[in-house]
Design a protein around this ligand. Structure first.
Ligand code: IDP
Ligand code: MG
Length: 165
């Protein structure tokens, strides 16, 4: 089944110059890239993205992590991969959530670490199922930023947009 997966190269990956290594690993999945951009997460976006973890004791650190407060580079690269079993393929390449438990050949196993405060600094975010992917892609991207129409859109909503002057 063709599906979409959101991947985000988090601020540790960007600060440590891992973007090309990370994209190389994902390229091995042979999935298509149907959206890609540089973005800094606002507090609001980060809290919405990780809403399901709001009761965890590491939540505040996690928000600081995604908004770039823990690293020199706040920019992240958000990528939408699309194709057969995209989520399982991308999560396989990313590796387990805990960097020390991740396969050493995976991104998190090779490049992730556990901070002294306990937060898993694990280089990439990858959607974990179809519902999460849809929610996240709609949160991080607008319809015109995605080259393939994965979800239904409504043009009536497109009344205002920013233009270059
Ligand atoms: P995932 O990123 O593998 O989908 P989630 O449970 O969605 O894992 O957690 C989101 C992020 O929160 C992780 O990528 C990691 O940065 C952090 N995290 C998750 N669980 C823990 C934990 O038990 N301790 C510290 N950080 C964690
Ligand atoms: Mg997750």
């Amino acid at each position: 089944m063709n599906q979409a997966a959101l991947v985000i190269v988090k601020p540790d990956g960007m600060t440590r110059g891992l973007l090309s290594s990370v994209l190389d690993k994902f390229a091995q999945t042979k999935l298509d890239i149907i959206g890609m951009k540089s973005i800094i997460a606002t507090e609001e976006l980060a809290r919405e993205h990780y809403n399901h973890l709001k009761d965890k004791d590491f939540f505040n650190e996690l928000i600081d992590y995604l908004t770039g407060k823990l690293h020199q580079n706040k920019n992240m690269i958000a990528v939408i991969y699309y194709g057969e079993d995209a989520i399982a393929k991308c999560r396989g390449v990313a590796g387990a959530t805990h960097p020390e438990k991740a396969d050493p050949w995976s991104i998190r196993g090779a490049f992730g670490r556990v901070r002294t405060d306990g937060l898993f600094e694990n280089v990439v975010h990858v959607s974990s199922d179809d519902d999460e992917a849809e929610r996240e892609i709609k949160l991080w991207f607008s319809p015109e930023e995605v080259s393939v129409s994965v979800y239904p859109t409504d043009t009536r909503a497109a009344t205002e947009r920013t233009v270059w002057v």
